[in-house]
Ligand binder design. Structure first.
Ligand SMILES: Nc1ncnc2c1ncn2[C@@H]1O[C@H](COP(=O)(O)OP(=O)(O)OP(=O)(O)O)[C@@H](O)[C@H]1O
Length: 236
């Protein structure tokens, strides 16, 4: 579980953002976060990751204050954060190696995750030999291979075309199933938030709304989904 209690966000060299955030993300939940540009969505994720201390208030994972980055919380960005000189497999293995996992075990773990994201036969390639969508799948494999209890995703599919993006959403739903990971997912795309989220947090207003039919593509035209969509759009 991730909790923020009366948290004031802000970068060290900038002013604190207006207002405070109080939020509780339940174990295994996917919380989608939307809000106007500049309202602090990325700052929120960095604070949860432990990369930025809160200006005020308390940020905790499972009741323990978050004091710095930890392997238990993986970050996935929109921009490609793979090491270009390492193979796909070595990129997925890297966080496992840093955690001291023995070589044979991390080989097996990386192979398993590359298989789950459909890239088994690309393991020996370099990132630049892959498409944008494939690179994003490597990032997912790398984030999840370490079995984090929380995954913090900042517009991870924002740079992908609509078709690839829908495929990535389906893949994410598929590979999260059974991991029990808690996910905070920042997006500009209201339909993505409504599809992936159990709840949607509106960062501008502080509201957190239940999604009536999470992860059901056919729910788009259900009255509850349509009403929620209008409400979110109005808040943006
Ligand atoms: N590295 C930084 N140093 C100082 N201030 C920053 C830094 N990054 C962002 N900010 C400021 O913090 C505020 C919140 O930015 P943030 O990137 O969290 O917003 P956001 O909601 O993610 O925006 P967007 O939707 O446009 O990505 C903005 O006023 C921004 O100028």
């Amino acid at each position: 579980m991730l909790t923020l209690q009366d948290v004031r966000l802000g970068h060290a060299d900038g002013p604190a953002l207006p207002g405070t955030v109080t939020l509780r993300v339940a174990p295994g939940e996917l919380l989608a976060v939307v809000g106007p540009s500049g309202c602090g969505k990325s700052t929120l994720l960095r604070t949860l990751a432990g990369l930025l201390p809160p200006r005020q208030g308390r940020v905790a994972q499972d009741g323990r204050a978050i004091a710095g980055p930890a392997a238990d919380r993986a970050l996935v960005f929109q921009e490609d954060a793979l090491l270009p000189w390492r193979t796909v497999r070595a990129n997925v293995e890297l966080p496992l190696a840093i955690r001291g996992m023995p070589r044979a075990e991390r080989r097996g773990c990386a192979a398993d995750w590359l298989d789950r994201v459909g890239l088994a036969e690309h393991a020996r390639k370099l990132p630049r030999q892959l498409s944008g969508g494939q690179r994003q799948r490597v990032q997912l494999a790398r984030a999840l291979a370490g079995r984090p209890r929380a995954v913090l995703m900042d517009e991870p599919f924002g740079a992908l075309d609509a078709h690839t993006r829908a495929g990535m959403q389906d893949l994410l739903v598929d590979i999260l199933r059974g991991t029990g990971a808690t996910v905070v997912f920042v997006t500009h795309d209201v339909d993505e938030a409504l599809h992936l989220g159990d709840r949607v947090a509106l960062m501008g207003t502080g509201e957190v709304l239940d999604v009536p039919h999470p992860r059901r593509r056919d729910a788009q035209h259900e009255p509850g989904t349509a009403a929620l969509r209008r409400r979110i759009l109005a808040s943006l």
